[in-house]
Design a binder for this molecule. Structure first.
Ligand SMILES: CCCCCCC[C@H](O)CC(=O)SCCNC(=O)CCNC(=O)[C@H](O)C(C)(C)COP(=O)([O-])OP(=O)([O-])OC[C@H]1O[C@@H](n2cnc3c(N)ncnc32)[C@H](O)[C@@H]1OP(=O)([O-])[O-]
Ligand SMILES: NC(=O)c1ccc[n+]([C@@H]2O[C@H](COP(=O)([O-])OP(=O)(O)OC[C@H]3O[C@@H](n4cnc5c(N)ncnc54)[C@H](O)[C@@H]3O)[C@@H](O)[C@H]2O)c1
Length: 716
């Protein structure tokens, strides 16, 4: 709703009230319509200020309402009515003015903001465009170039930047409502025509800026519809009168609304928030477990991961003891880490990085910290040695965390004095940039340890997801069948390019082989060697532990091709460290020789089969993970894949995608592929998937409840 009050003198104050972000629900829109009418009719009122309750102007349209029929007064005529008022109307912006919130402010004649406010049109991130006149009013106010940037990226900008761009009329450090009231009193009686943005001309697109932008956006968006529609809306603003521009805006918005992509992106928005409300099978959860404050931490091992973790902690204001035993690595890290920190702090607009880092080669130096993150090589015996050492050096009560990619957290906990204080904190490379953090709880991890790691992740700006302790946890466990299928497809006749192109066409920033070359092929090779999978073995080369196995990636590594770092892998590069992947005749000859050696007849494989085999195998493992209670719900898996594995956000995440494709279809295709490849257990449909199909394929939002019920009745 919205409340109305008349301040002493002649200013009407309209306050939006819909906690927590004053989203423009039907009740708020009705409240605005009614109160604006009241201000218009009140002869004693000469000007109006619109503000939001509890220090937040408005977070935009109420996204929850998008799922059902739109009720209440529509936004567009409501904003037009405000713009048409013949008394000055100012938006007093505190906290946020996002999406429809900023569009409401653009309909006001003046905009005054607090210096800490954030403004933006983030609709594109929800699969939409600013559909309440934002795509038509903003370019009229700040020009096409700046509007294009804000609308196609959806980025939030500071009040200072908004003032510079001309979106705001005034920025204040004081009470913004008081300032706005003073402002409108001052301008009362002045002509308003030039303040009505819809009546101003839009600058024409003289340099074909928008055509160029369209080409770029199409390349960058990898199948996402909204960025393209945003540019089309701006093209309409630049070339059509306002009314026709608005018609185009509505037409484009309707198309987007009806697309699966908007539903996927809105689901992704809510899943990001759902995972923050974590719960463990033990009943411990975000609202009944207290986190400890952390101000001093240590990182052990300053390789690729350790360096990024130190930077991420220091950016949060935590003092970090950074320990590395190799002299050369320590010397390199003590040069590289401060430079990384400075760069990242600059990128985030911080003059000086808040945290203090001290470097050491001595594990004894971590004795005073409250939390340790171990990031030494992925080697269980080494990690056990480090954990034994840590438990004897650290104060009782210190949280001991491991950045392992998939080793058993419980085994590490077992060698410490307080197993309850051991959790996994699985970062993703580069650790100071990537948004995902898997917080791995073992059977003995205490709720306090989980809560502390989850909160620390949040402080570092990560999307933290609590996951159970199983080999590979959630993300890497699902990656295994995906990679496996990609290798099998090569054996059967596909090329790395064909597999990568199919996945990139789907929306991944990089296909599986380009990604493997980037990460380094030796990472997986080392893990497979440790698991005893490589080499001659007792079974045939293409069978391990009774299942189909592809030695192709091992043989590529044996040929000294470790990916970008050696300039050769599944592709060739200009040299070691090269970035541009080019098809390599060596790989094609190698694949032909391999197929000949194993009597495999290459067949032509359609992109649809590539997608089904890779994605459905990954999705099937997701169902197994839910069945094993290693993830609390599908949202957790989807957030992991969107934020850590480049799953295209406009497909929501693997589990959401399964729902969109249709669970019956996924089941039928898995059965088909498993029938053709009975020696590939990952293609065998999971019991949970079968159960969901049997009960009529409920929507993804209902799975959590279904799984819990099935568990109670021991069906899973
Ligand atoms: C025919 C139709 C015509 C339509 C016309 C189109 C209009 C327009 O162009 C479209 C839009 O405005 S699209 C909208 C464009 N706007 C945006 O994209 C802004 C989206 N919001 C944000 O980016 C962040 O929430 C803030 C930065 C506002 C606050 O961040 P923070 O302080 O870290 O807090 P937090 O944890 O993030 O959120 C707290 C709680 O609020 C909830 N909630 C939040 N916004 C909501 C909304 N709009 N709605 C509903 N709920 C919303 C959130 O789910 C959470 O709920 P929970 O139950 O407690 O979990
Ligand atoms: N590289 C990735 O993409 C990635 C992603 C997520 C998790 N991880 C995990 O993070 C951990 C580290 O991986 P990385 O890629 O940073 O490895 P890395 O080889 O780059 O670095 C490991 C560092 O640990 C140091 N080290 C070894 N023993 C030590 C000890 N006893 N005390 C202090 N330092 C010691 C090494 O000298 C080396 O500098 C592994 O468990 C790995 O599985 C890696």
């Amino acid at each position: 709703m919205a409340t109305y009050s008349r301040l002493p003198g002649s200013v009407a104050l309209i306050t939006l009230q819909n906690p927590p972000v004053n989203a423009l629900s039907a009740a708020v829109r009705q409240g605005i319509v009614d109160t604006v009418q009241r201000a218009l009719k009140d002869p004693k009122v000469t000007s109006v200020v619109i503000c939001g309750q509890n220090g937040k102007f408005c977070g935009g349209a109420d996204i929850r309402e998008f799922a059902g029929p739109m009720l209440g007064p529509p936004l567009v005529p409501m904003i037009h009515a405000i713009e048409a008022v013949d008394k000055p109307v100012a938006a007093a912006i505190e906290g946020v003015a996002l999406g429809g919130g900023l569009e409401l402010a653009l309909g006001c004649h003046y905009r005054i903001a607090h210096s800490k406010a954030l403004l933006g049109l983030p609709e594109v991130t929800l699969g939409l465009l600013p559909g309440a006149g934002g795509s038509q009013r903003l370019p009229r106010l700040i020009g096409l170039t700046a509007a294009l940037d804000l609308i196609t990226t959806g980025r939030h900008i500071s009040a200072a930047e908004a003032l510079k761009l001309g979106i705001l009329d005034q920025v204040t450090d004081n009470n913004v409502v008081d300032q706005a009231v003073e402002f409108v009193r001052r301008v009362a009686g002045q002509p308003l025509d030039s303040r009505r943005l819809s009546t101003l001309p839009c600058p024409p697109d003289v340099d074909s800026l928008l055509d160029k932008a369209m080409v770029k956006v199409r390349q960058r968006s990898r199948g996402a519809l909204a960025p393209v529609a945003c540019v089309q809306a701006l093209m309409a603003a630049a070339s059509l009168p306002y009314t026709q521009g608005m018609e185009k805006e509505r037409e484009l918005l309707t198309t987007l609304f009806n697309s699966g992509q908007a539903r996927a992106l809105q689901y992704a928005f809510f899943s990001q928030r759902v995972v923050g409300k974590w719960s463990l099978p033990s009943g411990a959860s975000w609202d009944n477990s207290a986190a400890r404050p952390i101000s001093k931490a240590a990182v052990i091992g300053l390789g690729t991961m350790g360096r990024g973790i130190v930077v991420a902690l220091a950016l949060t204001g935590i003092s970090v003891v950074a320990v590395e035993t190799q002299e050369k690595q320590l010397a390199e890290a003590s040069q590289a880490v401060p430079a990384m920190l400075q760069r990242e702090a600059g990128r985030r607009g911080l003059a000086t990085p808040p945290g203090v880092i001290s470097f050491s080669s001595n594990l004894q130096d971590v004795s005073e910290v409250e939390l340790v993150i171990e990031a030494v090589f992925e080697d269980m015996s080494l990690k056990l040695q480090v954990f034994r050492h840590l438990t004897s050096v650290c104060r009782p009560g210190t949280l001991l965390c491991s950045n392992t990619s998939g080793l058993d957290i419980d085994q590490l906990a077992a060698v410490t004095q307080s197993p309850g204080l051991v959790v996994g904190m699985h970062f993703f490379a580069p650790a100071h940039v990537m948004k995902l953090l898997e917080v791995v709880y073992g059977p003995r991890s205490s709720p306090e340890a989980v809560a502390t790691a989850m909160q620390l992740g949040k402080r570092m700006g990560k999307v933290s997801v609590a996951v159970g302790n199983c080999p590979g946890f959630v993300g890497n466990r699902m990656l295994k069948p995906y990679l496996e299928q990609a290798n099998f497809l090569l054996e059967e006749g596909a090329t790395p390019q064909q597999v990568d192109e199919a996945l990139e066409e789907f929306g991944f920033p990089m296909g599986v082989f380009r990604m493997s070359d980037l990460s380094g092929l030796d990472v997986g090779w080392r893990i497979r060697k440790e698991a005893g999978l490589t080499g001659p073995g007792v079974e045939s080369t293409r069978t391990r532990q009774g299942r189909r196995y592809s030695p192709l990636p091992d043989q590529v590594c044996e040929a000294g091709r470790l990916g970008q770092k050696t300039g050769r892998g599944w592709y060739q590069y200009d040299g070691p460290g090269g970035r541009v992947a080019r098809s390599d005749p060596w790989v094609h000859i190698f694949l032909e020789a391999y197929r000949a050696e194993h009597d495999l007849v290459a067949r032509s494989i359609a992109p649809e089969e590539i997608l089904e085999r890779c994605l459905y195998a990954l999705i099937n493992e997701g169902f197994n993970i839910l069945q094993d209670a290693m993830a609390a719900g599908p949202e957790d898996i989807d957030a992991i894949y969107v934020f850590g594995y480049g799953w295209p956000r406009h497909h929501g995440g693997p589990m959401f995608h399964a729902g969109q494709v249709g669970l019956g279809r996924i089941l039928e295709r898995l059965q088909h592929h498993h029938h053709n490849h009975p020696d590939v257990p990952h293609l065998k449909p999971s019991t949970l998937l079968r159960r969901l199909v049997a009960v009529g394929s409920p929507p993804v939002q209902k799975w959590r409840e279904f799984i819990n019920k099935e568990r109670v009745h021991s069906q899973l």
